[in-house]
Design a protein around this ligand. Structure first.
Ligand code: BES
Ligand code: ZN
Length: 592
């Protein structure tokens, strides 16, 4: 057996699916999907085929010409789920599996109408990264396998389905149902399969982009993301022509557990990006950049996740620099530095999870997740860029995209390629220290500007009584304010946080990065006037990053711990399974 990916039963000596044909019937009453998936091999194959599943109910397995074939489902294994083993007869070209999703499918969140903005219709969305596609369908759930796909999705009349694919028509059918058809002609890894169903409308944003959202938010979304074509053009300047034809986006209900997810042709976004001033569009830049780094050139497994995220963060800030200038990009690097330091502190007792080339046998992807592959990875890429010069590096990136397009690669493959094209560069930046040693190398690139130094100095002297003047803070961009708040001492007094709200008007910010940073300070200061707003955010928003920040800060005082427990008791049911699990473990870790 050959398992290169520690998070999958995929065996490299077995045939791999080249294409999927999916039929999904979405049932909001039972909160299940009735599914049929055809795995197409593109050539005659035979013998054992091990698939990943988790919580699926298998109804039957058929091979054309043979009929029903036998299958065995193993007992669940921690992290991986259940292996479904088929034994394919001679000359099998495709195999059909009928199944139903389980009640706890981690890839799916079923929302009641109350959890949507419109409150009139239910909503369903998927989130397959890292290893949850196996709760949506039986498949080779590893990025080592890439598949094109076609899908037919049946939903109740009045609702719209979107997928990480191009739409190819829809029609009403009998019994008040509507069928939507999709095609993704390019081969993608399973973690990029995506589906959402709800009351949706769209707005055109440009020649190749539109945004989908609930009717109540679609105009705000169209305004917030109006500049996307310009972003695509800037990304193409770095990486070459956009490879996926269309770049559409979907704004989800607020329980979506991430900021964004780079599902090809349909980026999924949290509605907390709708700040009303376009100040949070960096997340779109990030997901767009994944169109190349991640979706076109993909990590071979989660052990090489930095190839996806490190390159994408680097690209995001490079695009930001061309759109908004050096100072804005430097501020983003500073925010990233804070995330990196927090990540390193969080994993101080697990230094093996602070290297870029990870060893994850027996470790759940969710437990290994942190800002480190993002920020340490981006710094390695930036170090290489500084070492060889911008111009040469741009050519290197283009060559890298060409050499590995539509493939999934390891850190070793990247290094071999870099050594070939940029001889000596990896050694010169001490890549080994990033890839295989914990913490940050002392030689890592730093990002400075006069503006950043001013903000850092001001925040650092808070305890000595320094305060930003009114005209000073009035001229701050949202990002400058965010940096200032992040650099403040973590343990402020209630009087300090009151001062901040009075002078910087934080309580009613639409920018959730600023709002949550401030509420985190308020929670840590046991500042009662902010409790109603903390409650409001924790009841409305399910984005894990914000939940983790707030519930952690609430753990510092007896009164705020009680508040956290009380909020979680009612709000927890509305969180996505991933968010709920993550918050529960934080609360369980509170001092008694
Ligand atoms: N692909 C990630 C989200 C993800 C990672 C989902 C791992 C599941 C497992 C996405 O591109 C991402 O990084 N999103 C960030 C946005 C960002 C860094 C600007 C997020 O959600 O906060
Ligand atoms: Zn990302």
């Amino acid at each position: 057996m050959h398992h290169t990916d520690p998070h999958s039963f995929y065996d490299e000596t077995q045939p791999s699916a080249k294409q999927l044909r999916l039929k999904l019937d979405v049932d909001f009453k039972t909160k299940r999907i009735e599914g049929e998936v055809v795995l197409v091999f593109g050539r005659p194959v035979s013998g054992l085929l091990d698939l990943d599943t988790n919580g699926l109910e298998i109804r039957g397995v058929q091979v054309p010409g043979t009929g029903e074939i036998a299958w065995t489902m193993d007992d669940p294994v921690a992290i991986l789920g259940q292996r479904l083993r088929l034994d394919l007869p001679e000359a099998t070209e495709e195999v059909t599996i009928s199944y139903r999703t389980g009640p706890e499918a981690m890839a799916l969140q079923w929302l009641d109408p109350q959890q949507t903005v419109g409150k009139t219709a239910p909503f369903l969305f998927s989130q397959c990264q890292q290893i949850h596609a196996r709760t949506l369908l039986p498949c080779q759930d590893t990025p080592l396998v890439r598949m094109a796909y076609q899908a037919e999705v049946g939903v109740p009349e009045g609702l719209t389905a979107v997928m990480s694919a191009g739409p190819v028509g829809d029609e009403a059918t009998d019994g008040g149902r509507h069928v939507f058809r999709f095609s993704m002609p390019q081969p993608i890894p399973s973690y990029l399969l995506a589906l959402a169903v709800g009351r949706l409308e769209s707005r055109e944003l440009g020649p190749r982009a539109r945004v989908w959202a609930e009717p109540e938010t679609v105009d705000a979304a169209a305004w917030e993301f109006a500049d996307v074509e310009n972003m695509i053009l800037k990304a193409e300047d770095i990486f070459g022509p956009y490879p996926w034809e269309r770049y559409d986006m979907l704004v989800l209900p607020p329980s979506f557990p991430f900021g964004g997810m780079e599902n090809p042709r349909m980026t999924f976004l949290t509605p907390t990006l709708l700040a009303g001033d376009r100040s949070l569009v960096d997340v779109v830049t990030h997901e767009l950049a994944h169109s190349w780094t991640g979706n076109l050139v993909t990590n071979a497994s989660m052990e090489h996740f930095w190839l996806n995220e490190g390159f994408t963060v680097w690209a995001e800030r490079r695009i930001l620099r061309t759109l908004q200038g050096d100072d804005a990009a430097t501020l983003s690097w500073a925010l990233g530095q804070k995330a990196l330091e927090d990540g390193l502190a969080e994993f101080k007792d697990e230094p093996q999870l602070t290297v870029l080339r990870m060893h994850l046998e027996g470790i759940a992807p969710d437990d290994a997740f942190s800002s480190i592959p993002y920020e340490k990875g981006a710094r390695l890429v930036a170090a290489l860029e500084r070492e060889v010069g911008e111009y040469k590096f741009l050519h290197f990136i283009r060559d890298y995209m060409d050499a590995f397009r539509f493939t999934s690669i390891t850190t070793e493959q990247f290094c071999a390629f870099a050594n070939d094209k940029l001889p000596g560069a990896l050694a010169a930046v001490d890549a080994h220290a990033y890839l295989d040693l914990p913490g940050m190398p002392a030689t890592a690139p730093t990002f400075r500007s006069a503006q950043l130094e001013t903000l850092i100095a001001l925040a650092a002297s808070w305890s000595q009584g320094a305060r930003p003047g009114a005209d000073q803070s009035a001229s701050w961009s949202p990002k400058e304010l965010q940096v200032f708040l992040q650099k403040l001492p973590r343990q402020l007094t209630p009087a300090d946080v009151a001062w901040l709200d009075e002078h910087l008007h934080l309580m009613n910010r639409g920018n959730h990065e600023i709002l949550v940073e401030w509420l985190t300070l308020a929670a840590a200061a046991d500042y009662e006037p902010a409790f109603f707003r903390i409650r409001e955010v924790l009841q409305r928003v399910g984005r894990m990053k914000y939940l983790r920040a707030l519930y952690s800060a609430l753990g510092l005082h007896a009164r705020t711990r009680a508040l956290a427990r009380e909020i979680f008791a009612t709000a927890g049911a509305g969180y996505h399974g991933l968010s709920r699990r993550s918050v529960r473990s934080l609360i369980d870790g509170y001092p008694a």
